[in-house]
Design a protein around this ligand. Sequence first.
Ligand code: B16
Ligand code: MG
Length: 215
Amino acid sequence: MQKPKAIIFDLDGVLTDTSEYHYQAWKHLADDLGIPFTHQENDEHLRGVSRRESLMYIIRDHNYTEAQIEEMMDRKNRYYNELIKNMSPQDLVPGGKQLLQSIRDAGIKTAIASGSKNARIVIERLDIMSYLDAVADGYDIVNSKPAPDIFVFAAGMVNTPTPECIVLEDAEAGVEAAKKGGMQAIGIGPAERFQGIADKVLPNLDYKTLNDLIN
Ligand code: B16
Ligand code: MG
């Protein structure tokens, strides 16, 4: 892989394990509604997917009014915020600060592109804002992953053409989004999840170095 001008990180499931909290919050809501919902379904269908589309998957052919849908999204978000309340810098992936610092020391820009409207709260709790050149979150875009919009927006924020960016993503929808945007994409997670779409796969980001990403 060529040395990039910018590295764009997804947040949930890449720099921190909040994807598990998203699952637990959806599971709580599904249990309230009496709708079956499994961890496997979460991994296969909801990872990286927006709040509304996630809810639509869970409720499928049940009929609810728009007001009920809004209330359910708010409720899930309350459950999620309860779970992230006690997050701290300890919840950053091990070696995360060193990785971000070494990327900047190499003259490469760092950005976060997260579909989450809670991304800024999480970034604050992880205490990594000073290591980032830009943050794009769920408030910045209309079309969520797998649309490339969030990554293209983040690339623009760090003044970098998309082919010179590497994206790190734990979701299939996110890798698809990065590739549609013309970027190089590293899938973070099991190889089966990214078959044929990622340029490279790493099982996790624990103690990874810049060299691990680009070589
Ligand atoms: P919110 P990412 C995504 O964040 C999550 O992976 C996904 O599970 C969540 O539904 C989505 O953000 C929206 O999050 O409800 O907090 O706005 O992986 O793109 O950092
Ligand atoms: Mg993610």
